[in-house]
Design a protein around this ligand. Sequence first.
Ligand code: ADP
Ligand code: MG
Length: 356
Amino acid sequence: MARITLEALKHSYVPEPKRPEDWALKEVNLDWQDGGAYALLGPSGCGKTTLLNLISGLLKPTLGRILFDAKDVSQATPEDRNIAQVFQFPVIYDTMTVYDNLAFPLRNRHVPADEIDRRVRDIAAMLDLGQSLNNRASGLTADGKQKISLGRGLVRSDVNVIMFDEPLTVIDPHLKWVLRSKLKELHHRVKRTMIYVTHDQTEALTFADRVVVMNNGEVVQVGTPIELFERPEHTFVGHFIGSPGMNVLPATRENGGISFFGEKLDVIEDARAVAANGGRLEIGVRPEFVTFAPAGIPVDIGKVADAGRFRIVETRHKGQLIRVLVPEGDGVPSGSAYLAFDARHTHLYSDGWLVK
Ligand code: ADP
Ligand code: MG
């Protein structure tokens, strides 16, 4: 096992990158602690697979370094890095049995037969493949094949890190839930560093202790699920995480305070920290922290959507949409009303970034 450090890592697929958009990875500095359960979360195209392939050695970085336990492996081959990688679509040998598919990574490394047998049966049981060990892999469903792929990633005990690249894409929704819990359970059992890549916030937040959020070739925040919820470092994180995401509202600085369309608002961050000639100001407040109140920001009530344990109410102030989460059983006013923002959960952003 190893601690993995990325130092000023940049990658471009074009020969002479010049413009910012030439970089698939802009500049990544990260420390993955040994034994951690990480998720790499971001929309399609933000650079997640590029980052994984740099760590595993399938790609060589344009600039920067990758260290395993402080040793530079930037130019090492994938074999020398000793990593297990599970890809988005199953990679298996159709003509082999399920058993042989699972045993393959171990036989390749000359693991003794009795240990191979023990590990293959252990992993097969975990993935509910125990009954089909002697079947040919070609006969399996897409789900079954991806389970083998996962099993091949998990079967070795000597890897530095196990990386999963959107491994549940082809899996049906119910089994997705089962496998996600199994991976989490397995992490607790083996305490191996795991990096789980996904564009799905639910998968990321349930699997990982720490989530690395990426957008546009950059890491925008690394944090626990609670940190990402309570203190998004960037409006993108506020938007992307949460359902619905954070309300991001235009703001101005007036008389040393912060206003939203002339309504003065209390925010956590110090408005004085915003440079006088500073960038675009915004307020971020999650729908969970907005309530109907006897006085406050006047709004018109729009659509009300039922979301199980609460309702999502769309309101508008001077045309600006503000979503409110109302717990089940609480009333929703009709026509017009006033909103209050919980000041302990109202943040200030400048050009997208949390003001500090
Ligand atoms: P993700 O896995 O988050 O969807 P990728 O790492 O696959 O993102 O892609 C990041 C960016 O790099 C995208 O703009 C994508 O089009 C580009 N890209 C990915 N692979 C290649 C490649 N082999 N050649 C050229 N551009 C690529
Ligand atoms: Mg990808």
